[in-house]
Design a protein around this ligand. Structure first.
Ligand code: SAM
Length: 258
């Protein structure tokens, strides 16, 4: 398959041609300077990959012909849902970009007692920008599937979402003295060979000021395991990347980037 990859959602069931949207057309023509007959890969974000030969690369439109349809297989040992507090814009954008590179499957921003940002402040422009950051990071790092971005919500909603949709909830907590990561993952690890789909794991990171006692109690009441990320206190945005990387490593990913 060609080396340049682009995510385009809703390409249709069995497309014969693909018309590239404006931002990707710009990248193809002006940034990568690709020409007709060059081959690129288009992914629909749901696991299908199309090998596409460019037929028209012009200012008005960029079109390609689908020459092969394939599936993207994931070697990831777990589906990771990262729950993190809303914070300054640059921190959130860093988490979305680096988290996508490391292997996060879904991002769930939340507002908690001590989160720097106390209102969701989500608007169409911001959502579009954050989705574009995820898409570009996924293209750059060779991810086959596009990570989801959930609407920002309350901490309580985040816990409920995590409890409803995941096999395990882990919360990074600086008060955890036992380490806890290996023991918490042992059960999931022992069942991995028997299951057809990888386990889904929710990872919670606290805000700059940490989780409150009430929030830790709430997490534990929903079955969350508290884990340490090591002896040093990491910044919230560092913890948000180290945490999924450690979990993937511990579960033995042969290819954590997919
Ligand atoms: N003083 C804060 C506290 O008491 O939690 C420090 C917060 S830390 C800057 C931000 C978040 O990163 C924490 O809430 C926790 O989720 C995570 N974190 C950072 N370092 C950690 C560590 N060594 N072990 C576990 N979690 C850590």
């Amino acid at each position: 398959m060609g080396s340049h990859r682009f995510f385009i959602k809703q390409v249709g069931q069995a497309p014969e041609t693909i018309r590239f949207p404006g931002d990707i057309a710009h990248q193809i023509r002006n940034v990568l300077r690709l020409k007709p007959d060059d081959v690129v890969v288009v992914m629909d974000g749901e696991g299908r990959a199309f090998q596409v030969r460019l037929t028209v690369v012009a200012e008005q439109e960029t079109i390609g012909k689908v020459i092969e349809i394939g599936e993207v297989r994931s070697a990831a040992p777990a589906l990771l849902h990262l729950f993190f507090p809303l914070s300054k814009r640059d921190k959130v954008e860093w988490i979305l970009q680096k988290g996508t590179e490391v292997g996060v499957n879904a991002f769930h921003p939340f507002i908690s007692e001590r989160s720097l940002v106390q209102t969701p402040e989500m608007n169409d422009k911001r959502t579009t920008r954050w989705e574009a950051i995820i898409r570009e990071a996924a293209e750059q790092s060779g991810r086959g599937r596009l990570p989801d971005l959930a609407q920002a919500g309350s901490f309580e909603n985040a816990i409920q979402t995590a409890a409803n949709a995941n096999d395990l909830i882990l919360a990074a907590w600086v008060g955890e003295q036992q380490g806890g990561m290996q023991a918490s993952l042992a059960h999931v690890k022992s069942r991995m060979g028997d299951q057809k789909t990888p386990p889904s794991i929710a990872l919670f990171i606290g805000p700059e000021g940490g989780f409150s006692d009430r929030e830790i109690d709430h997490l534990k009441a929903e079955g969350a395991h508290t884990v340490s990320l090591g002896a040093n206190i990491l910044r919230m945005e560092t913890a948000a990347i180290v945490f999924p990387a450690l979990v993937l490593y511990e579960l033995g990913s042969s290819d954590p980037l997919k």
